[in-house]
Write a protein that binds this ligand. Sequence first.
Ligand code: UT7
Length: 311
Amino acid sequence: MNAGIIGMGKYIPEKVLTNFDFEKMIDTTDEWIRSRTGIEERHIAADDEDTSDLGFYAAQRAIEDAGLSPEKIDLILVATVSPDQAFPSVACQIQERLGAKCPAMDISAACAGFIYGLVTAKQFVESNSYENVLVVGVEKLSKLTNWEDRNTAVLFGDGASAAVLSKVSEGRGILSFELGADGTGGKYLYLDENDQIAMNGREVFKFAVRQMGESAINVLEKAGLQKEDCDFLIPHQANIRIMEAARERLNLPEEKMSKTVHKYGNTSAASIGISMIEELEAGKIKDDDILVLVGFGGGLTWGAVTIRWGK
Ligand code: UT7
């Protein structure tokens, strides 16, 4: 039996920063941001809210949604590039707040982190090592943002999503996966000497357009499925133009791709989970639907999974 998602939860900070707010801060326009990225607004965590707080709230909700209590969690994996500090890990901080007693570790794979987390969880569940694994994707990117750099500042947002993985019924769950990394592209997206995000947008864009479509097709093939079997594409929410390119590679109609980038910007490791939860909340994902989750990010890293939805 495969590992699958049995519960999910998200947390979005309250404060909203719109494109019009940016017009007052830097040399940019709502029109530019909207047409080049699809982003209209993003949420920013409060000063007294750090990454572990956001992650904890999402984790609590996911565990509740799974119908479990924190003692039942056997492993905590937190995908983030914006930890409160280098150590203790965000995973250990969340473990303490939950009152859980299990191993805990962070995963650093930038915007592909949620996929890396799901795939790691799958290995532990399917090898019968652990029954319930909590995966959290969480970022407070606002603390790594250079607010004077218009090339990057307008792109990112804060948020958290979490999923509990466990064995699900025959034929459901994570059917296939692909993970990848190319360290030679590390120079295109990194934290600079001031601990601020630096990016060669054009290079990341080219890589992402190619990788997202390819990985999505690869995982469908690995699951023995065709493009047309995909009921819902849930891509990393970085830029609507990148997402659209992936959708077109799969020949999917617009309504079969999840889109939240306009509301939250790029929340890195949190984005795929947040988008998926919004589709679930809207009742758009049904039992036995085939979902393709696909992401890319700094590293460079990428990853995708095919899921047959349902417990
Ligand atoms: O999770 C992974 C994170 N990263 C990404 O996903 C980023 C991937 N890359 C992108 O999304 C796009 O490359 C960007 C949105 C970053 C940029 O879009 P683009 O269509 O590739 O624009 P460009 O880099 O070709 O820049 C076009 C122009 C430049 O001006 P010049 O040099 O042509 O005069 C930029 O300086 O747009 C300018 N520009 C802006 N103008 C107004 C860059 N940022 C802004 C801005 N407002 N915020």
